[in-house]
Design a protein around this ligand. Structure first.
Ligand SMILES: [Zn+2]
Length: 146
């Protein structure tokens, strides 16, 4: 029997849209897509850090229920990742990372209590439906046609 570790991992169904907010001075108290007021909600984020670390963060995020959009500040995320890497994977500090999706709180809790393999953690994760990017232009006049 050939049971390769590379065999495709089945995750759960896709949930939520994600926006990594690169603007440290923009809190997005309103949704960049629909302008509704965003709420603060905790999500257990599943993050892959190169080359092969999988971390979960239980973090307060901005959330637009209309659009099902989670907004996380890039700087906050990177500070937290830096702290986790320092403890768990010092070689990976500052490496590229990828926010994969979310997981249920109960699965996240289990991961805090006991050893859960990356494979198992991924298999109870919900990948994002899509990652959105919003660009904010400073207020001002722009030439026609732009
Ligand atoms: Zn919205």
């Amino acid at each position: 029997m050939n049971n390769t570790p590379e065999a495709k991992i089945r995750t759960r169904e896709a949930r939520h849209y994600f926006f990594r907010n690169p603007y440290s001075d923009m809190a997005f108290t309103r949704c960049p897509k629909c302008s509704a007021q965003t709420k603060i909600r905790k999500f257990c984020l599943v993050i892959h850090v190169e080359p092969r670390n999988l971390f979960t963060l239980n973090k307060s995020c901005r959330y637009c229920p209309n659009c099902d959009l989670i907004i996380v500040k890039k700087a906050e995320l990177e500070n937290l990742l830096h702290a986790i890497c320092e403890l768990a994977a010092p070689d990976s500090i500052g490496n590229d990372y990828f926010v994969f999706g979310t997981m249920d709180r109960k699965d996240w809790k289990r991961g805090q209590r006991e050893e859960v393999s990356q494979r198992e953690a991924l298999s109870c994760s919900y990948p994002f439906k899509d990652v959105w990017i919003f660009e904010v232009r400073p207020a001002g006049w722009y030439p026609e046609g732009e």
